[in-house]
Design a protein around this ligand. Sequence first.
Ligand code: SAM
Length: 219
Amino acid sequence: MEHEFWHERWSKKETGFHEGSVNKFLHDHWPELADAGASAQGVFVPLCGKAHDMWWLHDRGHSVIGVELSEIACKDFFEEAGEKAMVHPGEPFTTFKHDNLELWAGDFFQLAPGDLKHIRLVYDRAALIALPPSMRKHYVEHLTAIIPEGTRILLITLDYNTKITAPPFNVSDDEVQELYAADYDIEHITTNTLASDHPFTKRKGLIGATESVFRLTKR
Ligand SMILES: C[S@@+](CC[C@H](N)C(=O)[O-])C[C@H]1O[C@@H](n2cnc3c(N)ncnc32)[C@H](O)[C@@H]1O
């Protein structure tokens, strides 16, 4: 999507994607991803919004870097938690820092490998699926270029059968294979079915949808 699309979502507070509490798949499957006793491992959260999940990761001892286009999201993230962040305006990123939790306001595609050299884990909820088909390959290629070998990713996708031209886009399990198999070992952890009376399927008028959770390890 164009940057303007997302800036408008944030300025109009049209942020239905924001969960406001810890994601259930993160809660249930993070322990399988992070090494036991290695909670200090750095976590990268691409297209992070103001996800509460980053506080959850921070509270478990992880250092966290989130990247997010919208400065509104970055400001809200700290303000809504009643925490203060040190703000360093800059190009291509303005950074917001609190303890070892950093939000970088700017474009994901401007990140360079040196920026994430201490990162060992990635949490992708509503990042890949926020991007239209034409951008997903570029997203995965760029992510692969900037994270170290051995990095593990918790990836959550969403699949449904109707063609919808706005995010969240449907990403099938086959597409996950196509996008990641060349550079990652892929484990499909679980699939969750959303019935037609689930708030998301209802809102979109879908018969049903499925969420899939993957653990990817960069070779
Ligand atoms: C669907 S939301 C998901 C946010 C978050 N992951 C969550 O679970 O709530 C996608 C987010 O990606 C941000 N975004 C879109 N394109 C971006 C880019 N190129 N660089 C950084 N952030 C981007 C948007 O502003 C939006 O907040």
